[in-house]
Design a protein around this ligand. Structure first.
Ligand code: C2E
Ligand code: CA
Ligand code: CA
Length: 590
């Protein structure tokens, strides 16, 4: 019985199993049929879509519900170079945000993470299979439960067109439109005080004449070569080069604290241009005029450009291969003494001081025989600050001593450079303030520097103003004697403005009297000034000194003062104080 029962349970079990199997069979059968039916329906839908997609100009993929590519239209195949392939073993990569992702992974993630059915990703990128070529695209995804349609709009042409609008056709450097856009962007930051900007305008001199001589094509070669050369300065953060039009180029320089570096860069560009074109047998003397506008923070970016244009025009007016810096006069009224006081401490380290040289002419020989070193402060915010403004501040803070040492070092180094370049000797006068002379170790430092640079002391002259010389007679005399014993010359500056007694003047170890400009300003009409100047020249000569008259601005002044027997002259008539390389040009011509 028990046994039977067991058999019974067993048969019962078997029966259940059989029923279940039958149900399962039918269920599977049903499901497979249903699936096939769905697939057929999907396929039908896809087939319909395919027909539409085949003639679409947009590149389209259909991905299955498992994100496998089941279809690519013709445009897509062309885009991906897949013409003969029907399988897609390599998934294209796309970049929507920062990372490159496989297309299937991206579509899968995006469709699973959202209930939305359609997605748009403008300005994305597509990378073609194994190549590194990136294509700018708009990406659209439409998903349904059964398949996903991925549409890719190729933006290459639009990008190229846009790019062309902002590039110079010949040299492909960014053009003036791009320059203006970039300048606007920079300018908006300048107001936040984070950015300093210098704009450098470069014009190849005499270009239309040159083109007439060497022909259009060769002239274009020059333009392209120059563009490639300027490109070598471009680094993404601080320098940009543009070809604005014809023979004009532009550099923008960001956050360069040292004006000296900017000037050096310009100078190099001028030099280089002169060197690297030798066209066939024609001897070309290529030169570039440059205008620089620096750190202007008033007005607009357009104004900054205008300033650079003005500077360039000024350069071109002076002749070829010149360089002019636009000095923003308006800015000077914006600073207070306190602000200057605060920024002077770092100014030397930041290279904001630059030595300019003003030629001194020998009246008889009509040649440059000497120069006066005059300091300039190019403040990163306020621009050009005249020495009359900052020297008193430096004197108050004691920084004049550091500045004096800086000027000395610069002038001594420059003298050695000229020597190594083979220039004829030119004596340089250095201004010294009473504070410097009174500082312990002043003469020692000069002596030490002379030795260090192995410099002939004859090449250096110190200028002390009559006012300073009077204030501290004993100390000054002692120090000047010491300087003289090192072989240096001394000049008594601004003579006539103090009230030096004749007896002091007799003791004073000056080689040169420098008659103050205030006697010269009205000399043409003012007979009293004429008599005074004549008398001062005679007095100086009687004391065995030579005479310099400064502030000579016109030809009439030259003639009148030369007739009084003056030895040397200095003034705007001959030249304003110049940055070293411009001054050098004058030296070359003498
Ligand atoms: P200074 O020593 O009397 O220098 C002559 C000044 O007259 C310079 O002014 C020069 O640019 C200017 N000048 C020259 N020719 C003419 C002309 O034809 N017309 C006119 N209107 N001006 C002319 P700058 O460079 O502004 O210097 C002003 C003063 O600053 C200098 O007067 C000097 O006392 C002082 N200075 C300049 N550099 C230094 C320096 O390195 N150390 C010291 N201690 N003082 C300096
Ligand atoms: Ca002087
Ligand atoms: Ca003077």
């Amino acid at each position: 019985m028990e046994f039977l029962q067991i058999i019974d349970t067993d048969t019962q079990f078997n029966n259940i199993f059989i029923y279940l199997s039958i149900i399962l069979f039918f269920l599977t059968f049903y499901l497979i049929r249903r699936k096939n039916k769905i697939e057929q329906e999907v396929n039908k839908k896809v087939e319909v879509l395919k027909k539409a997609f085949d003639i679409s100009e947009e590149s389209i993929f259909i991905l299955s519900d498992k994100y496998k590519i089941i279809y690519a239209n013709k445009t897509m195949k062309n885009l991906l170079n897949l013409n003969k392939k029907t399988t897609f073993d390599i998934m294209p990569k796309i970049k929507v945000k920062k990372e490159w992702e496989s297309l299937d992974t991206f579509v899968s993630n995006i469709t699973k993470s959202s209930k939305e059915k359609s997605f748009t990703f403008p300005r994305s990128k597509l990378r073609i299979n194994n190549t590194k070529k990136e294509i700018p695209i708009n990406l659209f995804i439409n998903s349904s439960t059964d398949y996903n349609v991925v549409t890719i709009q190729n933006l290459t042409k639009e990008y190229e067109q846009k790019l062309n609008k902002y590039r110079h056709k010949l040299t492909l450097l960014p053009n003036k439109f791009q320059a203006l856009m970039d300048l606007n962007a920079i300018y908006s930051k300048m107001h936040l005080g984070q950015t300093k900007l210098a704009v450098v305008m470069i014009s190849i001199d005499n270009f239309s004449q040159l083109r007439a001589i060497i022909g259009y094509e060769q002239a274009n070669v020059i333009l392209v070569k120059f563009a490639r050369y300027l490109e070598t300065f471009v680094d993404k953060t601080s320098i940009n080069a543009y070809h604005t039009c014809h023979n004009n180029y532009l550099l923008t320089i960001l956050n360069e604290d040292s004006q000296k570096n900017i000037l050096l860069l310009c100078q190099n560009i001028q030099k280089e241009l002169g060197l690297f074109y030798k066209l066939d047998s024609i001897k070309l003397h290529l030169s570039a005029s440059i205008g620089v506008s620096i750190y202007a923070q008033t007005g607009s970016s357009q104004q900054l450009l205008d300033n650079a244009y003005k500077a360039l025009a000024e350069s071109e007016k002076k002749g070829f291969g010149r360089l002019t810096i636009y000095e923003t006069k308006k800015l000077n009224s914006k600073y207070t003494e306190l602000e200057l006081y605060n920024s002077v401490h770092e100014a030397i380290d930041k290279n904001e001081f630059i030595v300019y040289y003003q030629p001194i002419i020998d009246v008889k020989a009509k040649k440059i025989v000497a120069a006066e070193a005059l300091i300039r402060w190019i403040h990163p915010e306020y621009g050009f600050i005249p020495p009359d403004v900052f020297i008193p501040i430096l004197e108050k803070t004691g920084f004049i001593v550091d500045l004096g040492r800086y000027v000395l070092e610069e002038v001594f180094t420059q003298q050695k450079r000229w020597e190594s370049f083979g220039f004829k000797e030119v004596q340089v006068a250095i201004n010294m303030s009473l504070f410097e002379i009174e500082t312990e170790g002043f003469v020692k430092n000069v002596e030490h520097k002379l030795k260090e640079h192995k410099l002939n002391p004859k090449l250096i002259k110190f200028e002390i103003t009559e006012g300073a010389a009077m204030k501290s007679e004993k100390v000054v005399l002692k120090q000047l004697m010491a300087l003289k014993s090192l072989g240096l010359s001394i000049s008594l500056d601004d003579f006539g403005t103090g009230y030096t007694s004749f007896s002091y003047l007799k003791k004073f170890p000056a080689d040169i009297l420098k008659i103050d400009k205030s006697f010269i300003d009205h000399i043409i009409k003012n007979e009293e000034d004429q008599r005074i100047v004549k008398a001062m020249i005679e007095l100086g000569h009687n004391l065995g000194m030579k005479i310099i008259v400064e502030g000579i601005e016109t030809k009439e002044m030259v003639e009148m003062i030369a007739s009084y027997g003056c030895d040397y002259m200095q003034g705007y008539f001959f030249s304003k104080p110049l940055p070293v390389f411009e001054f050098q040009e004058l030296l070359r011509k003498r």
